[in-house]
Write a protein that binds this ligand. Structure first.
Ligand SMILES: Nc1ncnc2c1ncn2[C@@H]1O[C@H](COP(=O)(O)OP(=O)(O)OP(=O)(O)O)[C@@H](O)[C@H]1O
Ligand SMILES: [Mg+2]
Length: 226
């Protein structure tokens, strides 16, 4: 299993009476490319935060790639996330003043890789697979087009060869043509690298790209937790 959740309860400490997650049980197998949908404010980003160790459950067990995140300290979770999880954010979250290459190098810093030549070759291979041309490598990413930034964001999520790729509404600010272009780049990369994919969005029209489609409300039982 890539992901196993058991008896999860979560609320933000600022709002103790506002339960966000109550998940008795949920799992994702390594071969899955899953699409989880739900309305705005429904807890999708919170769920991804738990799975990537950005936040900790109030109760319950979070097992990702066989490791218990809920028993790790925050440094161990940071290390785990850097080594094992690729994350594509809604607004891409690239460092705007850094160029594409430096954005990828920053993502590899945690892993303390020694062989810089091999790393630079891997970055070039990814850029070439994602059609990021050489003249775009050294431009601050804020000066790239949205489509080019998307491709750098995918490259950054893949550079550490994560087993699990998490995507939080990466297409929500895109028009239909850019959205389809994004999906048609992402899905072959996921297949080629044999990654587990968990993609959340409110946009149900994306569901045709996925082998597994679920509503968060079907496994997040909020009404029973009050
Ligand atoms: N840092 C925070 N502190 C307190 N409450 C928060 C925080 N982040 C989110 N929430 C609340 O938790 C609930 C779930 O939010 P979350 O961001 O997980 O929803 P979402 O499904 O990702 O929504 P969207 O589709 O708009 O991104 C909401 O009620 C939100 O107001
Ligand atoms: Mg969200």
């Amino acid at each position: 299993m890539a992901i196993e959740l058991a008896n999860i309860r979560f609320h933000y400490s600022k709002r103790p009476n506002h339960r966000v997650l109550n998940i008795p049980s949920w799992s994702l197998s390594s071969a899955d490319q899953a699409f989880v949908h739900g309305p705005s404010g429904g807890g999708k980003s919170t769920l991804l935060g738990l799975l990537s160790g950005l936040i900790c459950p109030v109760e319950g067990q979070v097992t990702v790639l066989g490791e218990r995140l809920d028993t790790m300290n925050s440094r161990q979770r940071d290390q785990f996330r850097a080594a094992s999880i690729g994350y594509v954010f809604q607004q891409f979250n690239l460092m705007p003043y850094l160029n594409a290459t430096d954005n990828l190098l920053l993502a590899t810093r945690f892993l303390k890789r020694k062989n810089t030549r091999a790393l630079n070759n891997e970055i070039k291979d990814l850029f070439s697979a994602l059609n990021i041309t050489e003249k775009e490598w050294s431009v601050p990413t804020r000066d790239l087009s949205i489509g080019q930034q998307q491709r750098v964001a995918i490259a950054r999520a893949l550079i550490n060869k994560p087993k699990l790729l998490i995507a939080d509404e990466p297409t929500s600010s895109l028009d239909k043509a850019n959205r389809d272009a994004f999906m048609e780049l992402l899905m072959p990369m996921v297949a080629e690298h044999q990654m587990t994919l968990l993609f959340v969005s409110h946009d149900l029209s994306l569901s045709s790209y996925f082998s597994r489609v679920e509503s968060l409300d079907d496994f997040n039982h909020l009404q029973e937790s009050k």
